[in-house]
Structures are given as C-alpha cells and as structure tokens.
Design a protein around this ligand. Structure first.
Ligand code: ADP
Ligand code: MG
Ligand code: ZN
Length: 189
C-alpha cells in the first residue's frame, strides 16, 4: 500500500463504449470497501442520464461531484482525501494535466478516465499527456459495431459539424451519434 502514500496515477482510456466509466466505478467501489476517503468528479458538460451521477452505458452508476473546471476539483479536495476519480477527462481540457500532477504530488491516488482519441482518430488531450506520466495505463477496446472485432476507435455517424478537438458535451457518447469501430471498419462509412 506504500505506493499510494507517495501518490499514484492511473489512466483508463480507449474509445467510446469500451467500458471506461464501468472500470472507474469498479475501482471506486473497491477503494470504498478498503475504507479510503474517495471523491468522484464529473464535468458539468456531461449531462447524460442523472445529473449528479456517473453512469455507464450499461446503467451502472455512482454518486459524483459536478464541477465546472479542473481547478474546481482542487477546491473540493481536503487533506483527508486519499483517492480522486475523474471521468470524461477530455471535457476538462489540458488544465487537467497540472491539476492531476498536483494531486499526485500531494500523495493522492488519482484515477482518470477519458477518450484517448477523437471521433476522427486523433490523439485527444489531456489523456495522451497523462498516459505519459501515469504509473498505470489501461487502454480498453470496445466491440466493433460493424464486424465484432476489437474496436480501438469510435466514429461519428451523423454530420453535426463539430470540431473533433472542441471541448463540448457532444463528445460524450450516445449510440445514435457514435459507433465503436475496429481499425479496418473505421475507414468504411
Ligand atoms: P465508456 O465509458 O467507455 O463509454 P461505459 O462504461 O459507459 O463505456 O459502458 C460500457 C458498456 O457499454 C459495456 O459493458 C456494454 O454493456 C455497453 N456497450 C454498448 N455498446 C458497446 C460496444 N460497441 N462495445 C462494448 N460495449 C458496449
Ligand atoms: Mg464513460
Ligand atoms: Zn470492424
């Protein structure tokens, strides 16, 4: 357990539908069983399902604190906080990188989950930078909705004219807008 006293950064990433939120909630539940002081955060832009809860596509949920920015996370942390979990990292932008580094340097276990790439398969900050400095990275894959193989990307089905790198609620996955795709099927319509 001494690894967590010196701070520890875990990144859970991959495309939409790969199970990032489920895995984040699994780790949070285990930390609570271990009687750790846990704080769970979601961004105000993520308004899917229940406003205050993290919720997976499979309807697994957990209470969370809703914040407007990465700096607001820092305001809610106390010296007693041991584990900090943050979902949908891309909604916080690059400001999240310094906030996470600060928390890890304070000795916290920080678990961050988010998209590793955009719907047009470009690296999507802040996850790539956080992966580089993490103690542990889990890059999950979804099931390709076209052929059933391992999907490392997600693809936008409708043309809603959003910039792939924009910080917008439109990046939080819904099945009528996005599909998980393997490398081969990503290039098909
Ligand atoms: P993420 O946070 O990565 O978008 P969630 O944790 O919210 O993913 O949801 C994962 C769940 O989504 C899976 O356990 C499964 O029930 C469901 N699901 C729906 N479509 C897919 C898909 N194409 N591949 C894998 N899981 C899917
Ligand atoms: Mg999710
Ligand atoms: Zn495929």
């Amino acid at each position: 357990m001494s690894q967590f006293n010196t701070g520890f950064l875990e990144v859970i990433c991959g495309p939409m539908f790969c199970g990032k939120t489920e895995e984040l909630i699994r780790r949070v539940r285990r930390a609570i069983i271990a009687k750790k002081q846990v704080l769970v955060f979601k961004h105000q832009l993520d308004t899917r399902y229940v406003k205050r809860n993290l919720m997976s596509h499979s309807k697994i949920s957990h209470r969370s604190k809703v914040v407007k920015s990465a700096k607001d996370i820092l305001k809610k942390i106390t010296p007693r906080t041991q584990v900090v979990a943050i979902d949908e990292a891309m909604l916080f932008g690059t400001e999240l990188i310094t906030v996470v580094e600060k928390l890890v340097n304070q000795g916290k276990r920080v678990i961050v989950s988010g998209l590793s790439s955009t719907f047009d398969a470009q690296p999507f900050e802040p996850i790539p930078s956080l992966m580089a400095v993490a103690d542990r990275v889990d890059k999950l894959s979804a099931v390709c909705n076209n052929c059933g193989k391992e999907a490392i990307f997600h693809k936008k089905l409708t043309n809603n004219h959003i910039d792939a790198l924009a910080i917008t609620a439109k990046h939080v996955g819904e099945k009528d807008i996005y599909e998980a795709r393997c490398r081969q099927c990503f290039n098909l319509d």
